[in-house]
Design a binder for this molecule. Sequence first.
Ligand SMILES: [Zn+2]
Length: 286
Amino acid sequence: MWIDSHCHLDAPEFDADRAAVRALARQAGVGLCVIPAVARSNFAAVRELAQQHGDAYALGIHPLYVPQANEEDLDFLASELAQHQNDPHLVAVGEIGLDYFVPELCTPAMRERQWHFYTVQLALAKRFDLPVIVHLRRSADMLLKGLRDKAWTKTLGGIVHAFNGSLQQAQSCIDLGFKLGFGGTLTYERSQQIRRLARELPLESLVLETDAPDIAPQWLYVTAAERAQGRVMQKNTPTELPKIGATLAKLRAIDVMELQTQTTHNIQSLFKRFQFAQKAQKDFAK
Ligand SMILES: [Zn+2]
């Protein structure tokens, strides 16, 4: 069984065919999707989807949604985590993090605001004994600073999704008990740094993701010139995960089944408290 460790199945791009998309992914071998929330407004949607499809979900406020979010949203997150703490589908706090790529998020005031939301949510993860799913863009050092902070002394680990830092930063994340997510980006030959990391980091530290509908793999990508000739951009879905896995196995020159077994185990070990990923695997095997 493959696990898509990061998939926004609730995104409007899937409104027309969500159930079919999920069913196709299952046929392709994707037994479990982890669906992270991005804002208070989609907490109910990700929960319902996860429960309906036997998947997993995370609750949190994404850095790109921090400008619109407020303190009440953090209180609401805390109450949701409390209310659903026995829900076996709820596996993490996420998607949270720091984005220093989007210009509007890089003003001093906005960086401070992102930091506030990030650290409060880390503290919530600690309070509810949950791992975190973290978003990182040009922010690895600050992200690590948050994870090393006193308020976060007990490492619960988690996933740094779409990892894009240096080898040294990757090592620091691993030392803090984190797995690193790799997806569509590694399918592009020009992504040399990401490919190098995906090839060289210990297999025990890697998890796979599609980040659907974002980050289409190379075989779905349509250039502007091709679009002008009428070729349509295909939608990225969790069905692409096994092919991304096969690409990574090739990069590492290992057997694709070995890669599948290990990356699936990596996610299960992270969410072990829930015994949920294991249950999904049993259901999947039926
Ligand atoms: Zn995401």
